[in-house]
Design a protein around this ligand. Structure first.
Ligand code: FES
Length: 112
């Protein structure tokens, strides 16, 4: 994918550590998560739309870990989604779109 497909979203400090934030990217709501592990930031981005409640709420979900996976729990019905793969842990047929995300010069950038 070429460099030009990266879209600048916000400053890294605009996302509270260990929380999510919603961004609108090309008409799609994306939930971006900033996870801090031993002082380093890990960023994840998944679709913000919760297929179970049909609401755009996943950026406000509770972040946790299950086994080795970093997950977000939907604030509505509490299903867990793996932030790395978008997989729903309670329903393997349900898979959310994931996006590539990176930090360049303290700016969060996203690519579909
Ligand atoms: S690493 Fe997330 S489901 Fe396997």
């Amino acid at each position: 994918m070429s460099e030009s497909n990266w879209k600048e979203i916000c400053h890294i400090d605009a996302i509270v550590p260990n929380a999510g934030r919603c961004a609108l990217v090309e008409g799609e709501q994306v939930a971006i998560f900033r996870i801090q592990k031993s002082g380093n930031d890990e960023l994840y981005a998944i679709n913000n739309h919760d297929p179970f409640s049909k609401a755009n709420v996943l950026s406000r979900g509770i972040i946790g870990s299950l086994s080795d996976r970093v997950v977000v729990a939907s604030p509505i019905y509490k299903q867990h989604f793996c932030l790395a793969t978008g997989e729903c842990l309670e329903d393997e047929a349900t898979q959310l779109k994931t996006y590539r995300v990176r930090v360049e010069n303290n700016m969060v950038q996203l690519s579909a």
